[in-house]
Design a protein around this ligand. Structure first.
Ligand SMILES: [Zn+2]
Length: 120
């Protein structure tokens, strides 16, 4: 976990970052031809290939995230009462970043306790 966000959001972020890097590399590679002419073609080739690989990687991440989100559990966040999805037994709410868990042994507070706390 690099960022304090839900797993699905993190997958999307990495997918987006890889797409940006891939596109950036392809643009830079093409710009190499413009700036250095003949010798820039090698730079362009490297840039295009690595850019393509990065974009394919991002596609794979997007695909994977899509697969994961179909198996994600949809639930109402007890903190902000928005409909969120969680992956695995522990994940963060997509909206308020509250750590949610399905494992009672890992929970610090139960739904009943939270209900009681918010109503009091
Ligand atoms: Zn929430």
């Amino acid at each position: 976990m690099f960022f304090k966000s839900s797993k699905i959001n993190e997958f999307r972020l990495w997918g987006l970052l890889l797409t940006m890097i891939g596109m950036g590399l392809m643009v830079l590679g093409t710009a190499g031809i413009v700036f250095w002419g003949q010798s820039g073609k090698i730079v362009a080739a490297i840039g295009l290939v690595t850019g393509l690989v990065a974009m394919l990687g991002s596609l794979a991440i997007y695909f994977w995230a899509g697969m994961l989100s179909t198996s994600a559990v949809q639930l109402e966040c007890p903190e902000c009462h928005k409909l969120t999805k969680m992956l695995g037994k522990t994940d963060r709410c997509m909206f308020c970043k509250t750590i949610l868990t399905l494992d009672p042994s890992q929970a610090t507070i139960t739904a009943e306790e939270l209900e009681h706390k918010t109503t009091v």
